[in-house]
Design a protein around this ligand. Sequence first.
Ligand SMILES: NC(=O)c1ccc[n+]([C@@H]2O[C@H](COP(=O)([O-])OP(=O)(O)OC[C@H]3O[C@@H](n4cnc5c(N)ncnc54)[C@H](OP(=O)(O)O)[C@@H]3O)[C@@H](O)[C@H]2O)c1
Length: 248
Amino acid sequence: MLITGANSGIGLEFAKQYAARGWTVIATDRRAEPPKSLTDLASRYRNVRIERLDVTSLDQARALAQKLSSVPIDVLINNAGVYNDRSRCRRDDEGCPGDWSVESFGKLDYPLLDTIMAVNIKGPLIVSEAFYANVKASAQRKIVAISSSNGTLTGERSPRPGAIFYRMSKAALNREMQIVAASTRRDGVTVVMLNPGPTLTEHQEYLKGYPGMLTTSFTVRHMIETIGKVTILDSGRFLRYDGATEPW
Ligand SMILES: NC(=O)c1ccc[n+]([C@@H]2O[C@H](COP(=O)([O-])OP(=O)(O)OC[C@H]3O[C@@H](n4cnc5c(N)ncnc54)[C@H](OP(=O)(O)O)[C@@H]3O)[C@@H](O)[C@H]2O)c1
């Protein structure tokens, strides 16, 4: 399996849990040097291979796909995502919550919009296209996009303000992956969008105690089970971590 943005949060937990289940894991990150979270994992599990991939870079995606040309990828997880402005967080301060204020109407920071669109919308298309031959050549043939209930158009009775960039990016991600699913069905490739639910990753530690927050190991364990169960009949669906249908 190959996962993007594997150096922290949900992506790192996917890499850990798939590795512990004995899968060959291609854990990708965008850093110039492999981050310690991944070198530690690779030293614990010989089935973890670290590769560099900035999902916004067509050149990097194509170069890595070329390097992996003979490697089938059963499950391709488009996990990398940006939710807010972390430019004022220290590089090693994983607990820094980032700044949401610049995604509120009246205070919009447009360069952040460009970043969020590039990573959350363009990235999954670049990655899905670049590694499509690897997925098609595999036994399971599954592409997953980690989305969010923040992208829903119909699931909120009264939409609250705020987080405009992130929420619109996940709405677009769902729509694009629905169309990718329609395009890949003929090849027997299953494409699903998953909502992890409100997950207490390192960056979300500040939400500890907030009702409904879920541990990262819990949501990822359920998502792995759901990924294992989905079939071509589910292609194009948006599912909660436990496989329930999500409205959007
Ligand atoms: N946590 C939640 O409650 C929650 C809920 C719903 C959906 N999600 C979704 O779950 C996914 C993972 O989020 P998370 O909570 O685990 O956040 P996270 O810890 O911030 O992880 C995001 C990952 O994406 C990477 N990334 C950012 N830009 C990238 C780029 N250009 N190329 C490659 N990687 C890039 C980050 O790398 P750097 O460390 O280098 O920045 C990081 O590894 C996201 O798509 C998010 O929207 C999360």
